[in-house]
Design a binder for this molecule. Structure first.
Ligand SMILES: [Mg+2]
Length: 277
């Protein structure tokens, strides 16, 4: 696999997580797709196991739990189904916290423009099977995992986005079988973590992710730790085929969402039993 030989498996180093639990308030940030939910052919099919949902709900009693995803918060809440925790959707441009939904003021002005791109792309790609457009308010996701020729569809989408009614001036970013269009603003999974740290005075952070958009989160955690803003922090890359950039920014790895479930279930015992004294 592509994991560098130096990146240790987290389940063999649980003492590192115990150290985090000893530094409260602690934040737990989890991505959804590919991290707590297995990758599935279409985004609507994503599910979180009952064990993971139970663990997140239980952990919310002792930790600040934030689901940090590229999905919008409505979809994230539907998939995860835990009311007690916070949701940062659209890579931190949209929040659902304590029963209140908000859109980041930097991102809000772009919602109309991004919707028009989604409509234009929809008609440009009409008749292209296996392409799925997700208009998520402040961002747009184009999934092509199910296309007969994913490479050709990717080229076509990028060509439309580069055209006259395309995404000029906006951010175009790629993930696993996915192209995203985002506002050109400095809001990402990393700034979402910094915002939570400030609001909740976190002393330690554990962050789990599997794809390129999680690099922002991993790098932010590393910088906050280096600057002394966090006492302890760990970034954990999930999956056997995580992008090199993510692995380079990670401290540990976990094989797949099943390993994440094992970790979270174990963590409930650590947090609830109060071994942090
Ligand atoms: Mg993911």
């Amino acid at each position: 696999m592509s994991s560098p030989p130096g990146l240790p498996g987290l389940l063999d180093h649980l003492d590192a997580v115990r150290r985090l639990v000893g530094h409260r308030p602690m934040g737990l940030f989890v991505d959804i797709d590919g991290t707590i939910a297995p990758i599935v052919p279409t985004p609507e099919q994503a599910t979180v196991s009952p064990a993971v949902a139970r663990a997140l709900a239980a952990l919310s009693g002792g930790l600040s739990v934030v689901v940090l995803t590229g999905r919008d918060t409505a979809a994230a809440r539907r998939i995860v189904g835990v009311a007690e925790i916070a949701y940062a959707g659209n890579h931190g441009m949209e929040w659902w916290e304590d029963g209140t939904a908000t859109v980041d003021p930097l991102a809000e002005p772009y919602v109309g423009r991004i919707h028009r791109i989604a409509v234009h792309l929809g008609s440009a790609l009409a008749g292209e099977p296996g392409v799925l457009l997700e208009d998520k308010g402040p961002s747009l996701s184009i999934h092509y995992r199910l296309a007969a020729d994913p490479a050709a569809v990717r080229e076509r989408v990028l060509a439309v986005l580069g055209g006259p009614e395309g995404a000029g001036g906006l951010l175009v970013r790629e993930g696993k079988m996915l192209i995203e269009v985002l506002p050109p603003v400095a809001v990402n999974k990393g700034t979402a973590i910094a915002r939570t740290l400030e609001r909740r005075r976190l002393a330690s952070v554990l962050v789990l992710g599997d794809d390129t958009t999680d690099v922002d989160a991993f790098e932010a955690v590393r910088e906050l730790r280096a600057a002394g803003a966090l006492e302890e922090a760990l970034a954990v890359a999930v999956s056997e085929d995580a992008p090199e950039r993510l692995l380079a920014a990670a401290d540990y790895r976990l094989a797949d969402p099943a390993a994440v479930e094992t970790l979270l279930t174990w963590l409930v015992g650590e947090v609830v039993s109060g071994t942090s004294s």
